[in-house]
Design a protein around this ligand. Structure first.
Ligand code: ADP
Length: 421
């Protein structure tokens, strides 16, 4: 069986978010973790998403990993390719969106792609090339304070232009509302005039569906998970996508825990909400850097409570505290130290019998999943927009909900766990 849509995602929660949208549109989807090797079994799925952790690594490494993932997808007859990044276009000053998109285009022998992070369901819209989060511009949304990828410019044409030597154009809303033929014409015009990338406006799901139709013959698509909602229909029209069974809630036995390493506004609200009804333990980055046994202490704290109900362990802190930590420990070192700690806590929790785990934070989820050596996730039903429950495929039956920092309702942690049988 060949793969209809093969995606490369720059972080774990982003991959899950994309998978979730494809599942909702009728594609059976499996997420693979890390670059698969030659003997990784090809999942029995319409769409395969390879989740990397390449958002904030050096651009050259992100390119190497993305090309390896692409080669695996190509070797399994993948029809169309997708490079997935965050709906808030999270990137560093050096990339990695531009460099990876360029490298994938080169490898595919293509000379044009689109960049559309819009995800209106989650209040991410693009208008006149500017990215809005809710009613405010990206650079006023709190994302300007992100620990690793501060976004200080909402104009995506200029953000992407700074990451690629090639020309970046815009397909504006007034063209998008004219439908697929007009959009396709705009792609052709931009490609003809030497543009290699096109930011595409989208302010609602109807726009995304129209853009999806226009993308039927585009070999590589880049964007957030929203732009994927219009793609399954193309395969259905071609007759290559068959109807499958509806996804199920994971059914695992064991205790439950929440790990939060995101410092985003929404995660901090979710942490505060959890603390009103259930036990929570804060991880202090300075204690980790001093060499305290943070992991051991957290695990014995959890062991005393976990049999009575789910616990939360979090490092989430407000921007002032994050700045203080970063000034003293360095931005990247602080990030990886906290990620490593939460990963080791996750391992210990599973040893204590935890089988249901909610994780908040893209990078944090990546760290947890690799610490747990999870290689593939079968995507289940959606909890909140962009976040499904998933089942780890392999020897350990584990239910995982991997949430990007700003996603989910305020009571997400509890509600997600309550949904499981
Ligand atoms: P989001 O999905 O909100 O972007 P991520 O997990 O991707 O969340 O990124 C948050 C980053 O901040 C991670 O690298 C994490 O280790 C780091 N971090 C978490 N807590 C703190 C803290 N208290 N101080 C500094 N950095 C932190």
């Amino acid at each position: 069986m060949s793969i209809l849509l093969g995606a490369i995602a720059d972080d774990f929660t982003g991959a899950t978010d994309l998978a979730n949208n494809l599942v909702k549109q009728g594609m059976q989807t499996t997420q693979l973790i890390g670059v698969p090797d030659a003997d990784t079994p090809v999942p029995d799925a319409d769409a395969v998403i390879i989740a990397l952790k390449s958002r904030t690594i050096p651009a050259a490494e992100a390119v190497t990993q993305s090309l390896a993932a692409l080669a695996w997808l190509q070797s399994h007859g993948t029809q169309q390719f997708f490079f997935k990044y965050c709906s808030t276009f999270d990137s560093t000053a050096k990339g990695n969106i531009g460099p990876v998109a360029d490298a994938l285009l080169d490898a595919l022998g293509s000379d044009f792609t689109v960049a559309c992070p819009a995800f209106p369901t989650n209040a991410r819209t693009v208008f006149k090339g500017h990215l809005f989060v809710g009613d405010v511009l990206l650079n006023q949304s709190g994302l300007q304070n992100h620990p690793l990828t501060p976004m200080t410019d909402a104009n995506l044409v200029s953000v992407l232009s700074s990451q690629t030597p090639h020309k970046v154009g815009l397909v504006a809303e007034e063209t998008v509302i004219q439908g697929p033929a007009a959009i396709r014409q705009a792609f052709d015009d931009l490609a003809q005039s030497g543009h290699r990338h096109a930011i595409v406006d989208a302010i609602n799901d109807d726009d995304l569906m129209q853009i999806g139709v226009a993308l039927a013959d585009v070999k590589l698509i880049t964007g957030g998970s929203g732009i994927a909602i219009g793609l399954p229909e193309n395969f259905r029209k071609q007759g290559t996508l068959q109807e499958g069974t509806a996804p199920q809630w994971p059914n695992v036995k064991g205790s439950a825990a929440v790990l939060a390493g995101s410092c985003s506004i929404r995660t901090r609200e979710q942490v505060a909400a959890w603390k009103t009804h259930s036990p929570a333990l804060e991880i202090d980055p300075f204690a980790i850097s001093k060499g305290d046994d943070v992991v051991g202490n957290a695990l014995s704290w959890a062991a005393d409570r976990i049999t009575d109900g789910p616990v939360l362990i979090y490092s989430s802190a407000d921007p002032a505290d994050v700045t203080r930590v970063q000034e003293e420990l360095g931005r990247e070192d602080a990030g990886s130290m906290v990620e490593d700690t939460l990963g080791r806590i996750a391992q210990g929790l599973v040893e204590q019998g935890v089988r249901k785990m909610v994780v908040a934070g893209g990078e944090t989820s990546g760290a947890v999943v690799s610490a747990l050596e999870v290689k593939a996730l079968r995507i289940g039903p959606e909890i909140d927009p962009g976040v499904p429950w998933t089942t780890a495929v392999g020897d350990k039956e584990l239910a995982l909900a991997l949430k990007s920092g700003n996603f989910g309702d305020v009571d997400f942690f509890k509600r997600a766990l309550d949904l499981l049988p």
